[in-house]
Design a protein around this ligand. Structure first.
Ligand code: HAM
Length: 447
């Protein structure tokens, strides 16, 4: 007998030494973290619904080619990809837009336009983990397909701002930086940069914040841009739309390319978002598929990476699915957002797990307690009780730990009279209530 016990104990202790940790950059969601995640997702879903969007989802694993075709080098370099057992090259989705474009293209004919869909996928990117940047994250994606009018661009940006306002952030916390690749392209052409080099210049400009003007300037010079052109490109950032109009007054192409953006900003101002938006000609975004409006929402101090990014990608559906439909949208990450909510004290307290905690003074009351628990739960009340016979004091302790609003005490003397003693856990007030009334729901919410 003794030897069996010893050997069991040894097994346990050796099992404990094999401690498998989670992967770097991946999160465990303990109840507090999951409560915050659900708080964010619920807010996102409310805003999605308010803007008339419907929810969809797709597979987390996709053919590798879906990303190598159009997403751009940066994201392709961060892919989790492998060859599956059937010899297919596959990748965990690093973003939702290619899946969305593939799904829409496959059914485009049968879907009434414009299409307004949203999703909250978990995404995977092999990045260097740091504050606000992990190897998995969730992203609210809202996209519109089938509309070229700048009103659609304004609608998408307004939805992104509202998805943050819904969580308590306002213009003092966040700013949406907006630009348009068509405008930046027109400026580059006016500066004598060949169209074929525009994509490479976008890629270099996107790194301005991270790498600084010297390194980006060197990259641009390597591409053959003149010193004058590089200086003027690097000086674009602080220019207002009026400033750009003045600087490039001689070039009609620039004024034409600025028109949609002027309209977008006008619509946002009319919607009451003037304090939230700022034109920023240095913004181009990293993903390769954007063709028009681009925007990012940042916390004003700029300490964290962008909380949201998006834009217009009018060619992606034809590249991935052979369907010529304009599209635009954004992705908003939960990691940066939750950091912000914590910094700004905007995380709500967790709601109590339990409303009613049932306490049996003796086991003779168990059957009544179980019947009562069932009746209360059937009516949607959150009910709990200790899962073994314990002293009344200990059961009250459990009630406290569970955050119960009221304790319903069933004792032999009270049961004989058909009543229970109901204690309001916050005030400590106690009163007798008939068990029938509790069963039938005549006493909900009352102490
Ligand atoms: P993105 O800029 O790559 O755009 O990502 C959007 C947001 O997701 C970022 O602003 C950031 O908050 C969050 N995010 C991205 N990577 C990470 C990471 N490694 N860790 C934590 N958060 C991250 C896109 O993905 C586009 N597909 C968005 C889009 C939708 N454009 C049009 N429709």
């Amino acid at each position: 007998m003794r030897s069996r016990r010893t050997s069991r104990r040894r097994t346990t202790s050796s099992a404990r030494t094999i401690e498998i940790q989670s992967l770097t950059g991946f999160r465990d969601f303990y109840p507090d973290e999951l409560a915050l995640r659900q708080h964010v997702f619920s807010a996102w879903r409310r805003v999605g619904a308010r803007y008339g969007f419907t929810e969809y989802d797709g597979p987390p694993l996709e053919p590798l080619e879906l990303y190598t075709k159009k997403s751009g080098d940066e994201i392709v370099g961060q892919l989790y990809h492998f060859t599956d057992k059937g010899g297919r090259e596959v990748a965990l989705r690093p973003e939702m837009t290619p899946t969305f474009a593939r799904m829409i293209a496959a059914r485009a004919g049968g879907l009434p336009k414009p299409i307004r869909w949203f999703s909250i996928p978990q995404l995977f990117r092999y990045e260097r983990p740091q504050r606000g940047r992990l190897r998995e994250h969730f992203q609210l994606n809202m996209d519109i397909v089938g509309e070229t009018d700048p009103l659609a661009d304004a609608e998408i940006i307004a939805a992104a701002i509202d998805a943050l306002r819904e969580l308590g952030l306002d213009h003092t916390h966040i700013v949406a930086r907006i630009s348009d690749r068509r405008l930046v392209s027109a400026i580059l052409s006016a500066l004598g940069v060949e169209a074929i080099d525009h994509a490479a210049v976008f890629g270099a400009l996107d790194k301005l914040e991270k790498e600084g003007p010297e390194k980006v300037g060197a990259t641009l010079r390597e591409r053959g841009l003149s010193d004058g052109a590089v200086d003027r490109i690097l000086a674009l950032g602080p220019l207002s739309l009026e400033g750009i109009a003045e600087t490039f007054a001689a070039d009609a192409g620039v004024a034409d390319a600025a028109a949609p953006l002027v309209e977008v900003i006008g619509h946002l101002e009319a919607s009451g978002f003037a304090d939230y938006v700022r034109f920023d000609a240095s913004l181009v975004r990293g993903l390769a598929y954007y063709t028009g409006t681009v925007f990012e929402i940042w916390e004003r101090s700029g300490e964290l990476r962008a909380v949201c990014g998006g834009g217009r990608y009018d060619d992606l559906l034809s590249a991935l699915g052979g369907v010529d439909l304009p599209a635009l949208g954004f992705g908003m990450g939960d990691v940066v957002l939750c950091e912000l909510l914590k910094d700004l004290d905007l995380v709500p307290p967790r709601s109590a797990r339990v409303e009613d905690f049932l306490i049996c003074v003796t086991e003779d009351e168990r059957a009544t307690a179980l019947a009562l628990a069932r009746a209360l739960r059937d009516r949607g009340r959150r009910v709990s009780y200790d899962l073994r016979a314990r002293a009344v004091g200990k059961q009250f302790k459990s009630a406290n730990q569970a955050g119960a609003a009221r304790a319903i005490v069933l004792g032999p003397e009270e049961s004989a009279r058909g009543v229970a003693s109901v204690r309001d856990m916050a005030s400590g007030d106690e009163r007798e209530v008939s068990i029938d009334a509790l069963m039938n729901g005549d006493n909900h919410g009352k102490g």
